[in-house]
Design a protein around this ligand. Sequence first.
Ligand SMILES: Nc1ncnc2c1ncn2[C@@H]1O[C@H](COP(=O)(O)OP(=O)(O)OP(=O)(O)O)[C@@H](O)[C@H]1O
Ligand SMILES: [Mg+2]
Length: 272
Amino acid sequence: MMSGAGIFSGWTMTTQDQLVRLEDVYMSFGRVDVLNGVSISVTRGEIVALVGDNGAGKSTLIKIITGVHSPTSGQVVIKGEAVKMSSVQASRRRGIETVYQERALADQQEIWRNVFAGREITNRFGFMDIARQRREAEKLMRTRMGFTSRAITIESEVKGLSGGEKQGVAIARALYFEADLIILDEPTMGLSLKETEKVLNFVRGIRDQNKSVILIDHNILHVYAVADRFIVLDRGIIAGEFTRDQISRDQLVEMMVNLHQTGQMEAAPAHG
Ligand SMILES: Nc1ncnc2c1ncn2[C@@H]1O[C@H](COP(=O)(O)OP(=O)(O)OP(=O)(O)O)[C@@H](O)[C@H]1O
Ligand SMILES: [Mg+2]
């Protein structure tokens, strides 16, 4: 069953539902080659997990998708169009949002201000429409953030929220701005089990809206709990790509351990 663990990419997928595709992307910083010919694609409504050791190139890869870096060579194709993005704003305009742990929010500010930070709703005179922002934030909180604590309102400062709730605000914000693809780089880092469960539920919620996710997480168990597909990145190349029904959780764990210890993706024996 695991013999199909070779290198392959998303070339054969139909392009119509393809949200993002990287074609033979190389990225070097000076003389350091970080990505060495990476081709992947993300389809509408799927959760793709990007896994691999420290330094494998995961964050670099998503920074190419989000316009932080331009690839040294290769193509970024978004919704069928080859693009050269020079900024994070450019990728946002194309429906791509990134949520980072903590860094995304301003701790001293209320939830509603955080939702609209940098993208304030203005009235026809160009002034910030505070009443409308509060209304929209209220609605988002009830429908999408899934807060259960009555102690939290849109007027609560972000610093009083738990790690999972902060992730919820950041994800809700991305959804509000109609992102098609939400990228989560280690969203469960440092969170308790319970908070992690919340974040994973948010992730499932994104897919329920037929939007897509790229999830980076070192904990394979978290990743396996939500992802539809797993892409294994190893020293800048795609070492394997599996849909959920091609690999069991234990096989994936074993494979990652092997990769870490030996640098080889041993074909794990099927566990039935
Ligand atoms: N701006 C940069 N300049 C120089 N080298 C960089 C830069 N960004 C990343 N690198 C190098 O590229 C390699 C891959 O880094 P990257 O952050 O993509 O790894 P990662 O897979 O996200 O690792 P981790 O799991 O630890 O977050 C590392 O060796 C890193 O030092
Ligand atoms: Mg990283």
